[in-house]
Ligand binder design. Structure first.
Ligand code: IPM
Ligand code: MG
Length: 372
């Protein structure tokens, strides 16, 4: 298969982790005889520095001309600490989602058997957890009208949803549930919010088309509690933009590190793949950022194009790296010398030599790997 992939590495650790995902995709291309073409473009704080625009036209044009987008991370503390900044890196990501119509953000959450002890949650609570979060991504309070009064003392953000916006992601969530444990949980705040009541009504109607899938409802405050009390009760979680943002960061605790969670943002025409973690500026350039979320996002990219065998191999490589403790310090108390690049090297090598990467492991561990 021939795919052109736009690479928007972005800020902070974005470039380091994205490089590992590219390395792994190149190994897949070689092994399976695909052609993946990578084209880089600027986004976020990096793009503001260069073009005073977090999403330059050139970048958007490249994304629209590509088959898929690999995204790194966005954000810079110099904007976080300046509420009056008019131009912000995050605007680049939000505009990208909106312009490309990426209305469904899919975030898988899994408790890896080898990492059960890394989570602050008890092993018996998280063991066996396997959740797919369907977060609406182009509507709600993120995109509603924003106001700040003249005197700067009153502000508002409008939360608005239409039936159409709810229906299209609901269909995706139910279809996903049909291939899983056949359960959708709608997370909302229908006891307070009008938008949530519309979600309940529309999702209940959509459910009529999927008789084999069960539907239940949880208020978001309760859902936040249930997520760490009994995460195994969930299969597919369907929710609006802001609740999905919060719930998915919380859910990452189950896996043991936010550095493990990948995501796919899809629309009717375009698809983008990105780790859910942020730009982690404190770690930039230190080689300690976990590249697994970026690598698993590359696996989701392959799945999107139905390259299931290839994606499966990447996931096996990730599992093996975890099993052998070839992991960055966020997951590794044993060896603190395993860098972002080494994890990428190991997984890329696994793709090329799935049988004998145990041998290479000792070299990598000693820092003598010749794999590039
Ligand atoms: C995410 C991020 C973004 C969001 C930020 C960077 C705008 O937190 O993808 O979860 O809030 O959607
Ligand atoms: Mg977030």
């Amino acid at each position: 298969m021939k795919l052109s992939i736009a690479v928007l590495a972005g800020d902070g650790i974005g470039p380091e982790v994205t490089n590992q995902a590219i390395k792994v995709l190149k190994a897949v291309a070689l092994e399976f005889d695909h052609t993946f073409l990578f084209n880089e473009a600027a986004v976020g704080a990096t793009a503001i520095d260069m073009f005073n625009n977090p999403l330059p036209d050139e970048t958007l044009k490249l994304c629209k001309a590509s088959d898929a987008i690999l995204f790194g991370a966005i954000g810079d503390p110099k904007y976080d600490n300046d509420p009056s900044a008019k131009v912000r890196p995050e605007q680049g990501l939000l505009k990208l989602r909106k312009e490309l119509g990426l209305y469904a953000n899919i975030r898988p959450v899994k408790a890896y058997e080898t990492l059960l002890s890394k989570s602050p949650l008890k092993k018996q609570i998280i063991q066996g957890t396997d959740i797919s979060i369907y977060r609406e991504l182009t509507g709600g309070i993120y995109f509603g009208e924003k106001k700040l009064s003249e005197d700067g003392n009153t502000a508002s953000d409008l939360c608005e949803y239409s039936r159409f916006e709810i229906e299209r992601i609901a269909h995706l969530a139910f279809k996903a549930a049909q291939t899983r444990k056949k359960k959708v949980t709608l997370v909302d705040k229908a006891n307070v919010l009008e938008t949530s009541r519309l979600w309940r009504k529309v999702v209940t109607e959509v459910a009529e088309n999927y008789k084999d899938v069960g539907l239940d409802f949880l208020f978001v405050d309760n859902a936040a509690m249930q997520m760490i009390l009994n995460p195994k009760q969930f299969d597919v979680i369907l929710t609006e933009n802001l609740f999905g943002d919060v719930i998915s960061d919380e859910a990452s605790v189950i896996g043991g590190s936010i550095g493990l969670l990948a995501s796919a943002s899809v629309g009717d025409k375009y698809a983008m793949f990105e780790p859910i973690h942020g730009s982690y500026p404190q770690a930039t350039g230190k080689g300690i950022a976990n590249p697994i979320a970026a690598i698993l996002s590359a696996a989701m990219l392959l799945e999107h194009f139905k390259l299931y065998e290839e994606a499966e191999l990447i996931k096996e490589g990730v599992e093996k790296s975890l099993k052998l403790h070839i992991t960055t310090p966020d997951l590794n108390s044993k060896f603190d010398t395993i860098t972002t690049t080494k994890v990428g090297d190991f997984i890329a090598d696994f793709i090329s030599n799935p049988k004998d990467s145990n041998l290479n492991f000792s070299n990598i561990h000693l820092g003598q790997s010749t794999i590039i």
